[in-house]
Design a protein around this ligand. Structure first.
Ligand code: PMP
Length: 409
């Protein structure tokens, strides 16, 4: 069922965690880029699984095992439809974005990256989309090429083109930066890489909850994401990959489930996606993820996007009046979050004080230290929004920032 207008009060009722006081103040939760809260339907789905369906999957002939297997495979179908994958088998369940990227650095790396080869990432990557490549390239004596960005947090596409001419083997870039909020022009960047026959991985950790993703339209080779940033439980996420790549790629981890025939002499492997799902998966969380997808789909996506954009615009406008305010990341296309520093004030001090006023934001380098180095700052204060946030909460947040800044000046 699609609601024809957003009823934020009604939405908030589905997130009991929001309805509490911290330090005697109503909680304002603006740390959604770190993890979103979970609606009751997701919590109940996981609980129901443990109450009535818990069983290991793909292994038993008995009733429960078959039910759990079917439910898990249905979850894969739901996720595939959500991002318009060609077939459910193109979805590999993982623990989340970090594991998906490690899988790719290991497996796709092994397939494509030889001694001295190059991989392209951007200057605004989360450590998860940088360190796995860097470490892999240390071993292969290769080179990490980094797309430059400007002071607004916009990638330099001319520089990107220059890097592509160096014939890297893989491009791996964030859809939306978790530090700057920049929405990268990934469709264009994917097409640019494809002109050189280079596969592209998109880190979608920050986009799945906020934007409609169509992997066929984007034509990305891989798209990776975390459930916990899209109203689903922790410990589940995924990797979409084009079947022709997944079939060619070697397994990432070895053990039960991912094998076909095993002897002491030799092992053959299961088909995609099971080849990449060694061991017992987090079945309950996968079912929670499916429910989270259905939860997101129960709204008009454009309306949610417009609402979240309005929260961002309003927060930017309200904060800009504060003395010494410096926004980090001013790309024309931003989504979901706002990052800033205030002259002479350490972001950590600011975050600690506003926490005592009930406001939860993230402070620090947000797992993107090179971004902080680029801007010459130790960290930022980051407020990130979800569909259940309100302008009233932004008012509380802005007042808290103002008061804290006055105390610290
Ligand atoms: N990439 C981006 C852009 C992120 O925002 C995050 C989470 N902050 C990650 C990767 C890592 O995600 P996870 O910790 O869920 O694996």
């Amino acid at each position: 069922m699609i609601l024809n207008h957003l009823d934020i009060d009604k939405i908030r009722k589905q997130f009991p965690v929001l309805d509490q006081q911290v330090y005697g103040k109503p909680l304002v939760y603006f740390d959604n880029a770190a993890t979103t809260q979970k609606p009751l339907c997701v919590i109940e789905r996981e609980r129901d699984y443990y109450l009535h369906e818990n069983c290991n999957i793909h292994r038993g002939v008995h009733y429960l095992s078959q039910m759990a297997t079917e439910a898990y495979e249905n979850a894969r179908k739901t996720v595939a439809q959500f991002i318009n994958a060609r077939q459910p088998q193109e979805i590999v369940f993982t623990r989340g974005t970090t594991e998906s990227l490690n899988l790719l650095a290991t497996s796709l790396g092994q397939l494509l990256v030889g001694e001295g080869d190059k991989v392209v990432v951007s200057a605004m990557e989360h450590h998860s989309n940088m360190v796995p490549w860097q470490q892999m390239l240390f071993r292969s004596k290769g080179e990490l090429l980094v797309i430059r960005m400007d002071k607004n947090g916009v990638l330099d596409l001319n520089h990107y083109e220059e890097l592509l001419k160096q014939k890297p083997k893989i491009v791996s870039i964030a859809h939306i930066s978790n530090t700057l909020g920049t929405v990268n022009p990934i469709k264009e960047m994917i097409a640019m890489a494809h002109k050189y026959d280079i596969p592209v991985i998109i880190d979608g950790a920050q986009s799945m909850a906020h934007q409609v993703i169509d992997v066929q339209d984007l034509d990305c080779d891989f798209y990776v994401f975390s459930g916990h940033k899209m109203y689903a439980p922790m410990g589940i996420g995924g990797l979409y990959g084009k079947m022709e790549w997944l079939e060619k790629m070697p397994p990432y981890q070895f053990g039960g489930e991912m094998v076909d025939k095993v002897s002491f002499e030799k092992t053959t492997f299961n088909k995609v996606p099971f080849k990449f799902e060694a061991g017992t998966p987090n079945v309950g969380a996968a079912l929670g993820l499916e429910t989270a997808v259905k939860f997101i789909q129960s709204f008009d996506r454009q309306e949610v996007e417009a609402y979240e954009d309005e929260l961002l615009r309003y927060a930017t406008e309200q904060l800009s009046g504060i003395e010494g305010m410096r926004f980090i990341g001013q790309a024309p296309k931003r989504n979901g979050l706002i990052s800033f520093v205030i002259d002479g004030i350490h972001p950590y001090d600011l975050g600690t004080i506003i926490d005592k006023m009930g406001v939860a934001v993230r402070t620090g380098h947000h797992c993107a230290e090179p971004v902080m180095t680029f801007f010459g700052i130790p960290g930022t204060v980051r407020a990130s929004f979800a569909m259940y946030n309100t302008k009233e909460e932004i008012d509380v947040f802005v007042k808290a920032v103002e008061r804290a800044a006055n105390m610290l000046r």
